[in-house]
Write a protein that binds this ligand. Structure first.
Ligand code: GLU
Length: 464
């Protein structure tokens, strides 16, 4: 059997992290078994679907590196096929026309509720002679669902889940205006796209019983189902904006690396021994549904941030330099010249040691892109006393003669500190303040080397 999975978001809002994790699981599952991962945009709710939301989904998936193996299927373009299947069910006697008006249906619900029963359709047109159909009313098509017995789903995560068929009424598959219902469209599309495994949030579990009935009525084999628990906030409540970022692109803007986010989302609800850090290849290698837990997972932003720091330290310096360069204008109001980019790249090994997000990294690299006179943080300003300025003035001629290699500068500063009868830190701290405007930077030797002679001296002159 060819393994084929799909991610089927409705483009009615953001791509949130729950959706991203569903996409990731589908992607990894398909890759693990050498199958295909497809994308279906479920845009049948025309009032709520927007082109902008489609773009957000595509951008989010691209950013996460979860591209589908084929062009996306837009559910709205398949309406004729959904209608065709509904008509086929009608022709086969597995569905029937229902001529109830909205008022009649409301009355039916009210009667059921008055009798203490759930508000269900009572099957009024199920076995009625179609010749009795009232004139001038276009019917909805309802599935003739089994009345007795059970519908059982062997879910690959939830185990065996069942419902008594008496609990389910005859659902509408085609509305009286001729439009297919969502549950029906999903079944037809999953069948036609030859989806072997439907992996989705467990909020869809109850839909599955009804969907199974459509498969059975069409004589189609059911795909395997795997309903994965939702992601909750740290307090156990459904994850929402008040817990922190929820939209994928928000995580991007807040400086998370896509591989860190994917790594975190994978570990949230899936486990494989103690392995915490997994590359995409390792994830593909290890991912199966057996590792997916049944309990809802809790989003832990602190843990994600920590993990991001680890991924950041392992990330390629040139790539991080590009990220920082792209963020500097909006984040710090300064753009990096080619020269500044070369400095950032050179200092990147030291910068990334200290950052947890790309926002931290960008903020810490901004001094390399600025020109003297620098803005000074209050703590840095406090270090630049008249005495230390005088000391820096004595350092300038020595530095001018240095080769500006990190080693050369280090030796020079040590000698200078000895001559000044100071500890190295007492020299390095005011020097750092003068060069960076801040009290924190990578080692002073590499900082000087990255800034280079001309720029370093310019900055020192500006404070002395
Ligand atoms: N379109 C549904 C959603 O966005 C997913 C349906 C499915 O995966 O079957 O929640």
């Amino acid at each position: 059997m060819t393994i084929r999975t799909r991610f089927a978001p409705s483009p009615t809002g953001l791509l949130h992290i729950g959706g991203a994790r569903t996409a990731l699981f589908n992607y990894l599952f398909a890759r693990h078994y050498g199958g295909e991962f497809l994308l279906r945009i479920e845009d049948t709710d025309k009032a709520r679907s927007t082109g902008q939301a489609v773009q957000v989904i595509l951008d989010g998936l691209a950013w996460l590196g979860l591209q589908a193996d084929a062009a996306p299927v837009f559910q709205s373009t398949r309406e004729a096929r959904h209608v065709e299947v509904a008509k086929e069910l009608l022709a086969n006697g597995r569905a029937y026309n229902c001529y109830c008006t909205a008022d009649e249906l409301r009355e039916m619900r009210e009667d059921a509720q008055a009798a203490g029963k759930p508000p269900r359709y009572n099957g009024y047109w199920r076995d009625r002679d179609p010749a009795l159909a009232p004139a001038g009313i276009s019917p909805a098509i309802r599935l003739k669902a089994p009345r007795g017995g059970e519908t059982v789903i062997e879910d690959l995560v939830q185990g065996s889940v069942r419902v008594g068929n008496a609990e389910l009424d005859d659902m509408i598959i085609l509305r009286s205006d001729g439009s297919p219902t969502y549950l029906h469209a999903v079944v037809v599309d999953d069948h036609d796209m030859a989806i072997s495994h439907v992996i989705r949030g467990d909020d869809h579990l109850t839909n599955t019983f009804r969907q199974a009935q459509i498969y059975q009525a069409m004589g189609w084999a059911l795909p395997e189902f795997a309903h994965i628990p939702l992601i909750h906030g740290a307090d156990g409540a459904k994850l929402s904006k008040r817990h922190g970022a929820v939209s994928i692109l928000e995580f991007r803007d807040e400086g998370f690396l896509p591989e860190a986010l994917c790594n975190y989302l994978l570990r949230l609800g899936w486990g494989h021994g103690d392995s915490e850090f997994l590359t995409r290849d390792e994830q593909i290698d290890l991912f199966t549904l057996e590792g997916v837990g049944r309990a809802a997972s809790r989003m832990d932003y602190a843990k994600l941030t920590h993990l991001n720091g680890v991924w950041l330290r392992g990330a390629d310096d040139a790539r991080l330099t590009d990220e920082v360069t792209a963020r500097l204008p909006t984040q710090c109001g300064v753009s990096a010249s080619d020269e500044a980019q070369a400095r950032i790249l050179m200092l990147m090994p030291g910068l990334k040691e200290r950052a947890k997000t790309l926002l931290d990294l960008t903020a810490s690299a901004a001094f390399l892109a600025r020109t003297a006179p620098l803005p000074f943080e209050p703590k840095a300003d406090a270090l630049l006393t008249p005495d230390s300025r005088a000391m820096l003035a004595r350092l300038i001629p020595l530095l001018s003669a240095s080769d500006f290699s990190a080693e050369g500068v280090d030796a020079l500063l040590r000698d200078f500190a000895t001559a000044e009868e100071k500890k190295l830190g007492q020299v390095a701290q005011p020097l750092r303040a003068a060069l960076t405007g801040s009290t924190m930077s990578p080692g002073i030797d590499v900082t000087l080397a990255a800034l280079g002679r001309e720029e370093s001296l310019k900055r020192l002159q500006a404070v002395v």
